[in-house]
Design a protein around this ligand. Structure first.
Ligand SMILES: [Zn+2]
Ligand SMILES: [Zn+2]
Length: 433
């Protein structure tokens, strides 16, 4: 359904832009076209063949775009979750969520350095509070603090609403030992927010002078998207609990996970890494419009072009990392190896990897076949007959793809089917690498 909306809406949005004598940056065209071709075998696929019965399946390519493509976003969220769960030590965590006043949303999306600066100042304010707490409790010595921040540019109503979910260990490392600190109360959360406001004020004063008007179609749309008033990001806890509000900023610190509750931690991490749009929330109305159900239970009624405008303004700025590691978790921290998770294999169980192999293994993303297996329980490497499948060919041009799909009798009629429930395997042609 989303595919259909983009097919109809995207040409309209492009026309509007050209009528106004403006255009989108190339990455917006790439994002849209990438999504339209994502998982469509007619644009190329990997042919895997069973060694026993010699039947082939076509596994189409995915677009791997960073914007809204729900399939690729789900894959990326899963990768992030795997990565973070492998990294984060088993201690208790608190999630701090920061949202910005509507007047600042557009400036930070336009200027990624500014966005990053706000994030850094937030982390500094939290770490500073942790150190103060430590001192107040009479603890001495060099303390290591750390956090992982996850930036989301969207609200659940698809407004352009940058906000952060920051996972902070509820404590510090003193002499390589984790020392848990008491939970913050509302005065602590307010103090952290006040500190942040004090340090970001100067940033934005500087910015006010240098703000220029949107200069292409993307910026014009982002400007519009940032003004949308309704639909705060859904914080997965009770509102009002440990939430400080000031200067239009809001800082929420009411979500806490116990050191043993790895499942809940994984859920938070996955939530922080998710994509902007959920296809199951999208439906069609009788008059050809679309309805999108937000997390807060509000229903947006949108034309195809309205929906596409929202997807366009959520195109992430270039060179913007959504997940960032701070303090002891940052890659250049010397203490990182001491406190992050170690590989769990014991000496006599698994063969020892050389340093080089370990490094390589860490760098390689989890391959898509493994992800499919974990997410949907599908194993593309095992045929229905029980035989092993191997890669036979990688087909990258439309001409060869059409030819080979014809040979295989795999004419692809509906590349974009609605997502199936988890328990049910998606059709083989809808898988993507
Ligand atoms: Zn077979
Ligand atoms: Zn995709």
């Amino acid at each position: 359904m989303l595919h259909e909306a983009v097919t109809v809406g995207w040409p309209q949005v492009q026309r509007e832009a050209s009528d106004e004598g403006t255009h989108f940056p190339q990455r917006v065209y790439d994002e849209m076209q990438g999504y339209l071709n994502c998982g469509d075998a007619r644009h190329g696929f990997v042919e895997v063949r069973c060694e026993e019965c010699e039947t082939s399946v076509a596994v189409p390519f995915s677009c791997k775009r960073r914007g809204f493509c729900p399939k690729c976003a789900a894959k990326r969220a899963h990768e992030t979750e795997e990565h973070l769960m492998g990294l984060l030590p088993s201690v208790s965590y608190r999630q701090w969520t920061l949202t910005l006043p509507s007047s600042l949303r557009w400036p930070v999306v336009k200027d990624v350095t500014l966005l990053r600066s706000v994030e850094k100042r937030l982390l500094r304010a939290i770490f500073r509070w942790q150190r103060q707490k430590m001192k107040a409790l009479g603890m001495k010595g060099k303390a290591f603090t750390g956090a992982v921040s996850q930036l989301q540019l969207f609200s659940s109503a698809l407004a352009l609403q940058p906000h952060w979910h920051v996972l902070v260990p509820e404590g510090v490392w003193l002499n390589q030992t984790f020392v848990e600190l008491p939970a913050p109360d509302i005065r602590d959360v307010e103090a952290v927010l006040m500190r942040l406001l004090k340090t970001v004020e100067r940033l934005f004063l500087k910015e006010e002078e240098s703000q220029d008007f949107p200069h292409d179609a993307l910026e014009r749309l982002q400007h519009e998207g940032a003004q949308l008033k309704f639909g705060w990001p859904a914080v997965p806890t009770l509102k009002g609990h440990l939430t400080a509000i000031g200067g239009g900023f809001s800082l929420h610190a009411g979500t806490w996970v116990h050191a043993n509750d790895r499942q809940n931690l994984a859920r938070l991490v996955g939530y922080g890494a998710r994509g902007p749009i959920s296809e199951v929330r999208l439906s069609r109305t009788d008059d050809g419009n679309y309805q999108y159900l937000t997390k807060r239970g509000l229903t947006l009624t949108l034309t195809a072009a309205d929906l596409v405008r929202r997807l366009v303004w959520l195109t992430p700025p270039r060179r913007l990392h959504l997940t960032n590691f701070h303090g002891v978790f940052s890659s250049h921290s010397k203490a990182r190896a001491l406190i992050t998770q170690k590989p769990q294999a014991s000496d006599d169980e698994a063969p020892r990897l050389t340093k080089d192999q370990t490094r390589r293994a860490r760098r390689t993303h989890l391959d898509f076949a493994t992800l499919l297996k974990r997410t949907f329980g599908i194993d593309i490497w095992t045929c229905e007959c029980g035989g092993k499948r191997r890669v036979l060919a990688i087909i990258t041009t439309r001409r060869l793809a059409a030819q080979r799909l014809g040979d295989l009798g795999l004419e692809q009629a509906h590349p974009h089917r609605p997502p199936k429930p988890m328990a049910q395997a998606p059709p083989q042609l809808a898988l993507a690498v």
